[in-house]
Each structure stands twice: as structure tokens, then as C-alpha cells.
Design a binder for this molecule. Structure first.
Ligand code: HEC
Length: 199
């Protein structure tokens, strides 16, 4: 095992174009250019992957959607796993989370009372996360397949079904960051400094 590790290190050093010996020396990592591999990604290739939306909504794209449009998207592309009413289901070892449900409306007993299920409606602190998460990760079997309008629509559907916005509410880059989630104040900034005190 140790011998294999030494051979690996020697190989890495050789690839990096010659490192100095000694504990301080760090091999310079080989770049794709040194190895004659690959090419720089184009702006449009980077744009396809650069899809993060932060809590304040920075990064939200153009497009929009409503509850009525989202109901169609949900029925066609989400209900098979999350249930027609977003009630969630379990199939074999996989749990498909409940997405619709605000109970309990008072208090925040999740740490103490396991009978309450955490959902987008009663637990998520930011509405913008629904857009970000669904766009990057859902549907589970075809992530990235939804248009931005479909993601906005299904976000409007989930917000309205959870009684956080009215059904006529149009979700877009401007309106979504203004939607305050019921659990928003239940989360506090972790301002602990860390370090020796916590070891
Ligand atoms: C093939 C099954 C499948 C489909 C289809 C699917 N999902 Fe999911 N979804 C899952 C699973 C499984 C998870 C849990 C993933 C995890 O915990 O890592 C999940 C998680 C989620 C969550 C996070 C829930 C939470 O509280 O953590 C949201 C929101 C969500 N899905 C929305 C959608 C929407 C909207 C669609 C339709 C566009 C969709 N999903 C389609 C299987 C699916």
C-alpha cells in the first residue's frame, strides 16, 4: 500500500514537469495544455452550467409562470413521484418528499415532534431556493429538462398550493425574491467563530 502511494507521488511529480524535493516543495499541477488535452470551455458552455440563483434572487433568468400553468407541469412531470396533490410517497427504499402542506402553522416543532413533515411550505426559508433547486435537480430522472417558464410555473404552483401566494400571482425574476416564506425567521445566521473554543 505504502509503496503504491510512493509510486503515485513519483508519477504525479513527473507529470507536473519536475518538482523540487523536500517537504516544502509542492508539485505544480499539470494543466490540460501541458498534457495536450481538452480545450477552454466556450461562454455558451459555461452559461449552461452557470445556473445558480442565490437567496436574494440574483441569477434568476427571464421568463414567468402562474399556478394554472404550473398545475399542468406538475401533473405531467412531478406527480408520478410526488403524488398528484404533492403529498409525497414511498416506493421501495425511496422516499419521494411531500411538497404541499404547511402544518403545523404555529410553532416550529420539527426537532421535537417527528410526526410533522418538513415541506417547502413549512420549512424552506427562501422562495428563490424552490426555483434554483427545481431547475437544477428536478424531475429527478431528467434534471435540466424544464424550460425556465416551466420552472417559474411549477414554483408558482408550489407557492400557491402551500397558501403562500394567491393563485393569480405571477412568478418571475422580479416578484419571486419578494415572496417571504413562513419559516424565514426560524433560521438565524450562524455567527459562531469556530476555533479552539468549539473543539
Ligand atoms: C422520478 C421521481 C421524481 C420526479 C419525476 C420529480 N421528483 Fe422531485 N424529488 C424526488 C426525490 C427522490 C426527491 C428527494 C431528493 C433528495 O432528498 O435528495 C425530490 C425532491 C424534491 C424537492 C425538495 C423537497 C424537500 O423538501 O427537500 C422539490 C421541491 C421537488 N422534488 C420538486 C419537484 C418538481 C417541481 C418536480 C417536477 C418538475 C419533481 N420534483 C419531479 C423525485 C422526483
Amino acid at each position: 500500500m505504502r509503496r503504491a502511494a510512493i509510486v503515485m507521488v513519483a508519477l504525479l511529480a513527473a507529470c507536473s514537469g519536475g518538482a523540487k524535493s523536500g517537504d516544502e516543495a509542492r508539485p505544480t499541477p499539470a494543466t490540460p495544455n501541458d498534457l495536450g488535452l481538452g480545450r477552454a470551455a466556450t461562454d455558451s458552455e459555461v452559461a449552461l452550467l452557470d445556473i445558480d440563483v442565490n437567496a436574494a434572487g440574483a441569477g434568476l433568468p427571464s421568463g414567468s409562470g402562474t399556478h394554472a400553468q404550473g398545475a399542468l407541469v406538475f401533473a405531467a412531470k412531478c406527480a408520478s413521484c410526488h403524488g398528484p396533490k404533492g403529498e409525497g410517497m414511498t416506493s421501495g427504499a425511496i422516499a419521494y418528499p411531500k411538497l404541499i402542506g404547511r402544518e403545523p402553522r404555529d410553532g416550529f416543532p420539527f426537532g421535537k415532534d417527528l410526526k410533522y413533515v418538513k415541506t417547502v411550505g413549512n420549512y424552506w426559508p427562501y422562495s428563490t431556493t424552490i426555483f434554483d433547486y427545481v431547475r437544477r435537480a428536478m424531475p429527478l430522472d431528467r434534471p435540466g429538462s424544464l424550460t425556465n417558464d416551466e420552472v417559474y410555473a411549477v414554483t408558482a404552483f408550489l407557492l400557491a398550493e402551500n397558501e403562500i401566494v394567491p393563485r393569480e400571482f405571477v412568478v418571475d425574476a422580479k416578484s419571486l425574491p419578494g415572496v417571504r416564506m413562513p419559516a424565514r425567521d426560524r433560521f438565524v445566521k450562524d455567527d459562531r467563530a469556530g476555533g479552539a473554543k468549539f473543539r
